[in-house]
Design a protein around this ligand. Structure first.
Ligand SMILES: *Cc1c(COP(=O)(O)O)cnc(C)c1O
Length: 345
């Protein structure tokens, strides 16, 4: 009695989340730093007060006001989500009919295909060019929903504004998600494009804000789009604690800037050190690095590191091939990774 599209699908498999503490975890792009102390203060106040007895604010207006101020948009242009995966689910349900078409470049975020499968929609991927650009012209402009992660995972590459400016008119107002999960680590973002018809920008607090355990994401879009998306989301999709934590995190932009600066410094150190070990390293605008070894197979490298309690991500994409994605951890974690890599290679 399960819908055939559900019975057929394999189900999205998230990265490993080992529960033992002594693993150096460089596989799912969490921040190596703590969230701002303001988050802990806000959480403490929320727990001590009356917040947990009552339902949370369904639209999260306090968060939306703060986010609107930080981002320079209006509060009614912001949609809150239980992680940005929840935002992507809401957008899919709102825009994509059964039998509809979802399109995203590949290799990129594997969840997009799972969302299409759940929805009973078709999913088509469009290969990035060899230097991680979008093919021109964009071959599938008529999709019900197009998703472009920027910076992209696993490559860490960033499409510049010119590339997006060219894509947007091709879609002629049909829905486009620019998934900016990693944008705080890049030099520019696409927020101004939400002025264009159909363009939505999604963000998460899981990576740059160090709140992966809290589950909070949001979308920025035209107020008329947000108005429709609000009808689709669960009434209380964000709990009271994640709302106060997210608001406190966004309010402390200085802390964000400092942790991002540090991660970017470690990132370039990691990229530089991988080259002489025989890796081709893709220039990264995110908090991870995608690399492929010039002579050795990738799976044994992943296995050898795991055996030594360092977890990175082995990825294999049909039609593209495999490689290793390494989260930019703390300096100490990256030092240990590099030392261990030198031993195992
Ligand atoms: C991590 C990630 C997300 C979602 O993260 P949440 O933890 O659900 O907020 C979305 N898109 C991409 C490309 C990601 O890597």
């Amino acid at each position: 009695m399960i819908r055939p599209n559900i019975a057929r699908m394999a189900g999205y498999v998230p990265g490993e989340q080992p529960r033992d503490g002594d693993i150096v975890k460089l596989n799912t792009n969490e921040s190596p730093y703590s969230p701002t102390p303001m988050v802990l203060d806000a959480l403490r106040a929320a727990i001590t007060g009356d917040r947990l007895r009552k339902y949370p604010d369904p639209s999260g207006i306090a968060f939306r006001r703060t986010a609107a101020r930080v981002l320079g948009v209006q509060p009614d242009m912001i949609l809150i989500g239980n992680g940005s995966d929840d935002i992507l689910t809401i957008i899919t349900r709102a825009f994509v009919p059964e039998g509809g078409l979802m399109v995203a470049p590949t290799p990129s975020y594997i969840l997009y295909r799972s969302l299409a499968e759940i929805q009973g929609a078709l999913f088509q991927s469009v290969a990035f060019t060899t230097d991680w650009q979008l093919p021109r012209p964009w071959p599938l402009p008529a999709a019900d929903l197009t998703l472009v992660p920027n910076p992209n995972s696993p490559s860490g590459t960033h499409l510049d504004r010119n590339a997006l400016d060219q894509l947007v008119p091709t879609l002629d107002g049909r829905p486009l998600v620019i998934d900016e999960a990693y944008v705080d680590f890049a030099d520019e973002n696409a927020l101004p494009l939400v002025e264009c018809p159909g363009v939505m920008v999604t963000r998460t607090l899981s990576k740059s804000y160090a709140l992966a355990g809290m589950r909070f994401g949001y979308a920025v879009a035209d107020a008329a789009i947000v108005h429709e998306l609000l009808k689709v989301k669960d009434s209380y999709n964000c709990d009271a604690l994640s709302l106060v934590a997210a608001e406190a995190a966004l309010a402390d932009q200085n802390y964000l800037a400092e942790t991002v600066r540090r991660i970017r410094v470690t990132r370039s150190r990691l990229m530089t050190a991988l080259e002489p070990l025989g890796f081709d390293v893709t220039p990264s605008a995110a908090n991870f690095v995608w690399c492929r070894h010039r002579t050795l197979p990738h799976r044994p490298i992943y296995d050898a590191l795991k055996q030594r309690r360092i977890l990175i991500r082995y990825m294999d994409y049909p039609g593209y091939g495999d490689g290793l994605r390494i989260t930019v951890g703390s300096d100490a974690e990256i030092d240990l990774l590099l030392t261990t890599l030198r031993e195992v290679l």
